[in-house]
Design a protein around this ligand. Structure first.
Ligand SMILES: *Cc1c(COP(=O)(O)O)cnc(C)c1O
Length: 374
């Protein structure tokens, strides 16, 4: 019998969020609301659909492995050299490529926890130990929901090759500010690559939250990770990118690229999306307005909600998390629970969010803890 590497056998199976159509059928309602994966609720922009349609007839050919048009468009958009840009099959695959390119047994990774679920798995596959630095409260009486950058800096030693700072942090939505991030970057040794994971950058409204692309200038050990999956609305096409100050970092990541893994449709759609930035901006503004309405509505219900700089909010429900999430699901609302910690709720359309708030009211007043659904 064949057997997988022990490190791989020990990995948890990925559990995607429930499919809304399945859930709706199961509980006998016309429609379930999915607020679990931080997608935007808007369909792709017309120009994007047009680009995909126009490209469909060419898909008997392999895509451009170097994604030249998209790379050039990104370089122009961010004022960097094309040699500093790497595209990937989602930012998630770029995370894997970073781990492959920079870690090996005997070296390590560090990041805050709780943060993006992929990070611990990277170390597990690479055989590189991970250091997880606990989040701390962002408000005096609040839950642990924000980076402790001083502790993260202290956790780095001469074996640490890679550090992820997810800003804003998934799943808590909090963001670290310029002063603390600059102090952190100044403290990190030159041999450690810091990856600023800015998957939600487009939703940031706090002027004190720095743009990683500006922050990386003059710092060869800093790179920025972004994606077309969230604000740009292309989650189904799988395309993300890394911007590195040092072209050698970009080159190393490029060497681990799975050939042709950014599809022709994804490349065309991303180029079209970049050319429609004004419309994307408007959509982000709508998400931000709805984020603020949702946050206020939750606080009016007496719930603790940290200020989110992303397109989701975090409810630190602690021990009640799994039960509340299950009870919401029984009322046709799919959220993303992290058992024992809290629920991440994607900002949906005002209609979707009202369905969520209604379900939450029902759950909280009926004492979700006793009436576990589904
Ligand atoms: C969603 C997300 C990504 C990127 O996802 P892809 O769809 O693979 O581009 C990266 N980092 C964080 C923190 C995310 O939440």
């Amino acid at each position: 019998m064949v057997s997988a590497r022990p490190a791989v056998a020990a990995m948890p199976a990925y559990r995607p969020g429930r499919n809304p159509a399945d859930l709706a059928r199961e509980i006998g309602v016309p429609r379930a609301v999915k607020l679990a994966s931080n997608e935007v609720a808007f369909p792709p922009l017309p120009a994007v659909v047009e680009a995909i349609t126009a490209t469909a007839g060419e898909t008997n050919r392999y895509p451009d492995n170097g994604a030249a048009l998209l790379t050039t468009a990104l370089a122009e958009r961010y004022g960097v050299d094309a040699a500093q840009v790497v595209t990937g099959c989602g930012a998630v695959m770029l995370c894997q490529q970073l781990a492959q390119a920079f870690t090996e047994p005997g070296t390590g990774l560090a990041f805050a926890w709780r943060s993006f679920e992929i990070y611990p798995l990277l170390g597990q596959v690479a055989g590189a130990p991970v250091r997880q630095v606990p989040l701390v409260p962002s408000t005096p009486s609040g839950a642990a929901d924000t980076h402790d950058l001083d502790a993260l800096a202290a956790a780095i030693d001469d074996t640490t090759r890679l550090v992820f700072v997810c800003n804003p942090n998934n799943p808590t939505g909090t963001a670290v500010r310029r002063t603390e991030l600059v102090r952190f970057l100044d403290a990190v040794p030159a041999e450690t690559l810091v990856v600023l994971d800015e998957a939600y950058r487009e939703f940031v409204t706090d002027p004190d939250v720095p743009d990683g692309v500006e922050l990386m200038r003059g710092r060869p050990n800093v790179a920025v990770l972004r994606t077309f999956s969230k604000a740009w609305g292309l989650a189904g096409l799988r395309v993300g990118y890394l911007l590195a100050e040092d072209p050698a970092v970009a080159d190393a990541v490029r060497r681990t690229h799975v050939p042709f893994s950014v599809s022709m449709l994804a490349q065309a759609a991303a180029v079209a999306a970049l050319a429609s930035e004004a419309e994307v901006r408007e959509r982000c503004d709508a998400v931000v307005a709805e984020r603020s309405r949702l946050t206020t509505a939750l606080r009016e219900r007496g719930l603790t909600v940290a200020d989110s700089q992303a397109n989701f909010v975090w409810l630190p429900l602690g021990e009640r998390t799994a039960e509340v999430a299950a009870a919401l699901e029984a009322r046709a609302v799919i959220t993303r629970p992290f058992a024992g910690e809290g629920i991440r709720v994607t900002v949906g359309t005002p209609e979707e969010d009202d369905v969520f708030l209604g379900a939450l009211d029902a759950v909280l007043t009926s004492g979700a803890a006793e009436t576990t659904g589904a």
